[in-house]
Design a protein around this ligand. Structure first.
Ligand SMILES: [Zn+2]
Length: 338
């Protein structure tokens, strides 16, 4: 268990693997699956309890029977083993359907930069050749993703790329799962373009009304690199973007202030406003998770290329994420720190 928590903490501090409260890990032992609790941060795995025990056989039985309790899996928590006032991850079912002892789910930016393309399954075939992998087209995280994943697993499948979402690896030990994660990320690695510097004069004239220049220099690539900007402007590329930054991006028009652009979009305190060619402005109420997701957007889009067939989440997909009680709970745990 210690090994698993140390791995979780290490991954949680690697923004190319995990951003904010995203991603999760699990360990199955004696019929109990210890899985990350919803809204907790992997980065804090060695500082506070982040794992919650669930009855894995009951989850699998519920999934097979179409039990709506599988949507949150709260009903399957072994309260006799743990009294934390937390819920299991909304992705608990994807851990349950993998038979291996250890399952690691990451929002690896190398994987997402492939998984957000319409021809992801074909593109993955060459780099992942020789591995026992599967590609699962996008479905909203939760019980439906667990069920969909189960349909794609064959004996020995231990690496699953989730369309428009991320990567799941599994092994009978922590190190086996981690080695596989490193191997898949290495095989899918794409060149991360260096971006032009931000235009601070333009950003200064667009700031105010709660918006100021984004403090992480890497964020500005979303606006200053034309390919990255075009990709970000296509829409939401993966679920946590929608959950923590809202659908797509808000872009300021020529000479328009960030606050005006946000109001025009109907989202007056949207965490991120992009000023094309200049950089990004951050709202003062932006949460730690929102900041982590801005970095993720920069890291994913700088790996995309001009002619990549990007296929963002549909408006229906976005609405499903935003109107889902399980995600509202996770958002509610994302408290602002200043
Ligand atoms: Zn995920």
């Amino acid at each position: 268990m210690r090994d698993l928590l140390e791995l979780a903490a290490r991954l949680g501090k690697n923004p190319l693997a995990i951003q904010g409260p995203g991603g999760n890990i699990s360990l199955k032992r004696d019929g109990v699956m210890w899985v990350k609790a919803s809204g907790t941060w992997m980065a804090e795995a060695t500082e506070r309890p982040i794992l919650i025990p669930v009855d894995v056989a009951a989850v699998l039985k519920g999934l097979a029977a179409g039990d709506p309790a599988c949507e949150t899996c709260s009903a399957f928590v072994r309260r006799d083993l743990c009294d934390l006032p937390l819920r299991p991850s909304i992705e608990t079912t994807l851990h349950a359907v993998m038979p291996q002892r250890v399952v690691v789910h990451v929002h690896c930016v190398e994987t997402i930069a492939m998984a957000c393309l319409s021809d992801a399954a074909e593109r993955l075939a060459a780099p992942l050749s020789g591995l026992n992998w599967a590609f699962v087209p996008y479905v909203r995280p939760g019980a439906s993703l667990g069920r969909r994943m189960a349909e794609y697993l064959v004996a020995g499948t231990n690496a699953v790329v989730l369309g428009k979402h991320g990567l799941v690896v599994a092994g009978d030990s922590v190190s086996e799962a981690e080695q596989l994660r490193i191997e898949v990320s290495r095989r899918l690695a794409r060149v991360a373009r260096a971006a032009p510097l931000p235009d601070r004069d333009m950003l200064e004239s667009a700031q105010g009304g709660g918006y100021s220049i984004g403090e992480d220099g890497r964020w500005h690539a979303i606006a200053t690199d034309p390919i990255s900007f075009a990709a970000a402007a296509r829409g939401s590329l993966y679920p946590d973007h929608v959950v923590f930054l809202g659908p797509g991006i808000v872009t300021a028009g020529a000479g328009e202030s960030a606050a005006d652009a946000a109001r025009r979009s109907g989202r007056p305190a949207v965490p991120l406003v992009v000023v094309p060619g200049a950089g990004v402005l951050l709202h003062e109420a932006a949460t730690p998770a929102a900041r982590a997701m801005i970095r993720c957007l920069a890291d994913v889009t700088c790996r995309l290329q001009a002619h990549d067939p990007i296929e963002p989440l549909s408006p229906d997909d976005e609405a499903q994420l935003l109107n889902w009680d399980a995600e509202k709970y996770r958002q509610s745990l994302d408290v602002r720190t200043s």
